[in-house]
Design a protein. Structure first.
Length: 290
């Protein structure tokens, strides 16, 4: 299982990467204000900002207004979520429970499912031509599925861990828990390039589920209620969306029942989010925080 590595009040990790709660507090309050994670982070962020020459311009903050609520399987450990051909497709994690499924939006009913070998931990999911491609956490295997039949049609291999996956402008973007996003050829899985995700010039780790929306990558930041929008060319975070109100509404005590899963219906311009073990899936609109 993934280890939990969370900043808590007053204990700022000394690693090179920074945490979203600290950043959002800093963005909200300004670097001179009080932060939810204490002043250590702010000093660190300010120091790095000066060192990197960042201009300190605010990263825009968005709130999520709920447009619609739909049922979601509360046993589903959601690792990937996409919209394709009028349905949701979802990949599930945890050994023995990992699968790819087609889900009806209106009632959350599972219309079809394809099991992932029980020793594997299913991860992110993307759509490519007539296929779905699903990752595994530590097996280095990307399963390839016929999108219509959900029959397994092959596999690809990649080095390292697999977390989130998204078809991103002709490439597959893959997150692996580090601040590095790797981009692969969707057909061969040959690596084409990589970028470091940065927020105000600092590496940002724990990008999890991904989605390509209007030419930018959005990602869940694991163990936080935040989505970030990432410039896929530079890795720079260009916006933050706060799902805190939705997380509060869901109200789950399980620390692993985090927000995870972003799907974009480009035709109807609908944005869907859910989480691991959440009983609901939300259609949201992002609105700038006043
Ligand atoms: Ca997605």
């Amino acid at each position: 299982m993934r280890s939990v590595d969370l900043p808590s009040a007053g204990t700022v990790p000394l690693s090179s990467a920074i945490s979203i709660p600290g950043v959002i507090a800093a963005v909200r309050d300004g670097l001179g204000g009080r932060s939810a994670v204490g002043t250590g982070f702010q000093a660190q962020a300010a120091a790095v900002g000066q060192a990197s020459g960042a201009n300190g311009a605010d990263v825009p903050l968005f709130d999520a207004r709920v447009v619609a609520r739909h049922p979601h399987d509360a046993r589903a450990f959601t690792q990937g979520l996409i919209w394709r051909d009028g349905a949701l497709y979802e990949s599930l994690g945890r050994p023995g429970e990992s699968e790819v499924r087609r889900v009806r939006l209106a009632d959350g009913r599972v219309l079809a499912r394809a099991p992932i070998p029980p020793d594997q931990f299913g991860e992110g999911l993307a759509s490519y031509r007539n296929e779905l491609i699903s990752l595994t956490w530590q097996h280095g295997i990307a399963h390839r599925w016929n999108a219509r039949t959900l029959k397994r049609v092959g596999e690809s291999r990649y080095p390292g861990e697999g977390w989130g996956l998204a078809a991103a402008g002709g490439e597959l973007a893959l997150s692996d828990g580090t601040p590095t996003l790797r981009f692969f050829d969707p057909r061969t899985f040959a690596e084409r390039r990589r970028v470091t995700v940065t927020l105000r010039g600092r590496p940002l780790r724990d990008l999890n589920e991904l989605e390509w929306v209007d030419g930018a990558l959005w990602g869940n930041v694991w163990h936080t209620p935040y989505l970030v929008r990432i410039d896929a060319k530079t890795g720079a975070v260009t916006a933050i969306a706060d799902l805190s109100a939705i997380v509060r509404e869901v109200g789950l005590a399980d620390p692993e029942a985090v927000a995870n899963g972003i799907a974009w219906d480009g035709q109807e311009r609908r944005l869907f989010v859910t989480g691991k073990l959440w009983p609901r899936l939300f259609e949201i609109k992002l609105e700038p925080r006043p």
